[in-house]
Design a protein around this ligand. Sequence first.
Ligand code: NDP
Length: 267
Amino acid sequence: MSGKLQGNIVVTGSNRGIGLELVRQLAQQVKEEETHLYACCREPEGSQAQALRELAAQHPGKISIIRLDISDEESISAAVQAVSEHIGDEGLNLLINNAAINKPASPAPLSATEKKHMMDVYETNVVGPFLLAKMFLPLLQRAAERDSPENNKGDTMSCRRSAIINISTLISSIEKCPESFSVAQMYPYRTSKAALNMLTRCQAEDFRAHNILVTAVHPGWVQTEMGGDQAPLTTQDSVRGMLSVMVSFSNKDCGRLLDWQGGAIPW
Ligand code: NDP
């Protein structure tokens, strides 16, 4: 299907990088009466969230900034509660699990990697999205069950109806590992994103019965703090691509790993 994303949309890690651009482009695309964006970040009042606060001020009524640290279960619970109170009966249409970390700093060779890096990265990149999906499930189900002809009802899944998008990466691919390993070992990051792919696959099977789509998306190599200056893609181009691909997702895309242009990446 074509058109724009709409409904109640949660984006994690939205104070900078790809997450901030997701909120910016979504805010530009959507109509206030059709959509509300829940832009999550660790410190809504801090200097790191200045750009997000300015963006929210440019779009009055469209963006709520929600405090969320995805490595902290209590923070996740409080954020879900805050979104739930705001949403009421409508349900949550789209959860974009974007926030993630990469430790130690790239290229992260084995010699520089400690147990703590492995644990911290797994906690943020896998356990965070796992808990968010688990706690948001009732709201996602509510959205999937609501009857609106625009939202592709029946047994059709879509990002307009009810979906979880997990932002993964090309370097999570086990099959493609030999092509990139020598440039960036990144044991914690690669293994965490491979686990996120399995989480995506499991939840796709689990939530299919509720008509909730779950798909992993690689944003490309993007100029952000994580991607670095050498990256070929701007956040604008990456996000434009991802949003147009996401709006086209249907049943056939559930449980897959796709890139920002819609191309399939092997597990
Ligand atoms: P950035 O490092 O630029 O931004 C990461 C975001 O995640 C920040 O908003 C950061 O918030 C947030 N974050 C980190 N830890 C937590 C936490 N515990 N709780 C809440 N928020 C947190 O990364 P990108 O924008 O580049 O990456 C976005 C997504 O894209 C990630 O999932 C990444 O793995 C993926 N990706 C990126 C690529 C690239 O080339 N850039 C390539 C492939 C995948 P804070 O400011 O508080 O730290």
